[in-house]
Write a protein that binds this ligand. Structure first.
Ligand code: BTN
Length: 247
């Protein structure tokens, strides 16, 4: 992963792809790459930022996007991306990381290494346009994270003890993502969703999700967990899910 030196000039060389990244814009600083991706530009446009001044996560949380420490980028997709795009992204990122480490996918849309969050994904839509935003912590040391995140977040460098190359990783992610977007557009959203659900390992598990305790019976097309409790199925669309010990 560290064969190509990081460089300020041309930091993000073009990937070998059909859709994703056929146009790629690098901005030293931007409020949020998702905001930029939702505005305008061709299908497959990738906006990469050195830093984000207003990076955002799910539920209106801020996403800490310090300069030079991570990969902060968004892919603009036209034409009403399949709901499975978030699962496609998680599987693509996991595949791109594979030569260097094994990440776990975590419901609803995180990637973890050693139980700590290394990547978050935020899908936002405006009309038929979708911004698929991806944040990967790459070079952070523990002290680089804001205090509240230090026990729950990690970076690739910290988790693996090796120095990762952000631009080499970006190329690998975009190429893996391109294959998934092509598969989605070929109607394979359900296969991708099923592959993600199998990988997340929740099926049949006894879990707690807020006040709901029960067994995971499945996941619907929108990505909501179906939890069987007292003979009824409850649909849980977000929030922390904790597997209950001994199961
Ligand atoms: C989450 O786990 O809450 C999702 C985090 C998504 C962060 C990425 S960084 C690039 C893109 N731009 C943003 O403002 N957010 C996403």
């Amino acid at each position: 992963m560290s064969s190509v030196a990081e460089t300020r000039a041309n930091p993000a060389p073009p990937p070998n792809t059909v859709i994703v990244g056929r146009e790629l814009i690098y901005l030293d600083t931007v409020d949020s790459t998702n905001s930029r991706a939702l505005e305008s530009g061709p299908d497959g446009l990738v906006i990469v930022a050195g830093e984000q001044s207003a990076g955002r996560g799910r539920h209106g949380h801020t996403w800490d996007s310090a300069p030079g420490l991570g990969l902060w980028f968004s892919v603009a997709l036209e034409g009403g991306a399949d709901d499975a795009v978030v699962f496609a992204a998680a599987l693509a990122i996991r595949e791109a990381l594979e030569p260097g480490c094994r990440a776990q996918v975590k419901w609803p849309n995180d990637l973890l290494i050693g139980g700590k969050k290394v990547c978050g994904i935020l899908v936002e839509r405006r009309g038929a346009r979708t911004a698929l935003g991806i944040g990967i912590n790459v070079h952070h040391r523990k002290e680089d994270f804001p205090e509240p995140l230090r026990e729950t977040a990690t970076s690739l460098d910290s988790a693996t003890g090796t120095r990762w190359n952000r631009w080499e990783l970006l190329r690998r992610v975009l190429e893996a993502l391109d294959r998934k977007v092509l598969a989605l557009r070929a109607g394979m959203g359900e296969d991708i969703r099923c592959a993600w659900f199998a990988a997340c390992g929740l099926e049949g598990k006894h879990v707690r999700c807020g006040a709901t305790i029960g067994r995971v019976a499945g996941m619907d097309k929108q990505g909501a967990l179906l939890i069987e409790t007292d003979g009824r199925i409850r649909r849980i669309s977000d929030g922390p899910v904790v597997a209950i010990d001994g199961d």
